[in-house]
Ligand binder design. Sequence first.
Ligand SMILES: Nc1ncnc2c1ncn2[C@@H]1O[C@H](COP(=O)(O)OP(=O)(O)OP(=O)(O)O)[C@@H](O)[C@H]1O
Ligand SMILES: [Mg+2]
Length: 406
Amino acid sequence: MRIILFTGKGGVGKSTVAAGTAALSAAGGHRTLVISTDAAHSLADAYGLGAVRPLEPTEVAPNLYLQQVDAQQRFEQSWADVQRYLLSVLDAVGMDPVAAEEMTVIPGAEEVLALLELRQHARRGGWDVIVIDCAPTAETLRLLALPEALGWYLERLLPIQRRLVRALRPLLDRAAGVPMPGDDVFDAITRLHDELDDVHDLLRGSGASVRLVLTPEQVVLAEARRAYTSLSLFGYRVDAVVANRVFPAADGDTWRAGWVRAQQAVLAEVQQSFAGLPVLTAPYQSAEPVGVEALGVLAAELYDATDPLAEPVGQGPFRVTRSQGAGAVIHLSLPFVTREDVDLARNGDELVLTVGSYRRLLTLPAGLARLRVVGARVADGELQVRFAEQPDQPDHRPDRQKKDAR
Ligand SMILES: Nc1ncnc2c1ncn2[C@@H]1O[C@H](COP(=O)(O)OP(=O)(O)OP(=O)(O)O)[C@@H](O)[C@H]1O
Ligand SMILES: [Mg+2]
């Protein structure tokens, strides 16, 4: 099964290109599902469905299914325990129940729930292709970092909190007047984590890739470059760049000629920036591309006889190579980054990688966790972290034994 995500700056045409790619895939005979993780849900509009809001996969053309996840409804289904708890807390502090009901839909919940929906569809099978129309870049990235961030909390804090709450519940309930979460709440959080972890695996698997959508403008390009770095940081594979709304070169007035020239200059920079990645271009259509047919035409021009579903080639952004002896090197693609932009720290079996405002907690593969970091550098667009055998095992360390003996 193939999973393709589309992301990029707001308004560049993510939904249009996602919808078009799905239409092309379906026309090629692949059972295709297109889901939106964006609360704005413009996919139905792109297909020209009018007021239809497909909450379950709904066939909009042969082989082409569309689903827009309803966060409120899904939240109530899968989060009943947590919601009940949150409501009881809000009730205890005197919150009006209607307002409380609204507050329990946390920001970003739509996207998380859409990803959980994606997981269900992917694991249940029955689809050849799943296309995902993501929210604008920053949100998508935050979302993609969630499983790891939540994992840290769940593995270290949750067990402690759970024990504490269990021990102190009788006391706290009385003292604070606020109900303490029960096991059902902790279980629901653990379940969510496991499911998000699975989403993470799916999205970083060999059948999944991200396509960066941009329009040929400086500001948009700058954001696309940053997104490429961050997506790589989190281990997601970008397999193409889509340059959308490109003005066709033709004789025309000075206004048009000016735009064509400006776009061509940025497009040259796009080619340079993303060297090694295919840059697909879609012309600025003479009318809004709405409806399966118009979207199919746009996608056909975009992929220009190449396979829209081609599997990504290469190794992806993360790999480990062995060096002499028991040593190893972690390679992580970090395009456009210099050594000064990267902050690296070791925390037990994790590497804490910070690039700009993004931080990744990279759990080291089992074989590496017992090794020592002996060096790091940024070269050829990747971060390389060198690991070597510990010079002496902790329990043979004479100074440690001495200290303990004192
Ligand atoms: N190649 C194109 N030619 C002409 N119009 C286009 C083209 N691509 C997209 N559009 C139009 O541009 C508008 C924005 O497109 P779209 O909704 O796909 O962007 P988006 O990136 O999904 O936006 P958002 O960030 O709000 O989700 C729409 O009206 C769409 O029909
Ligand atoms: Mg959109």
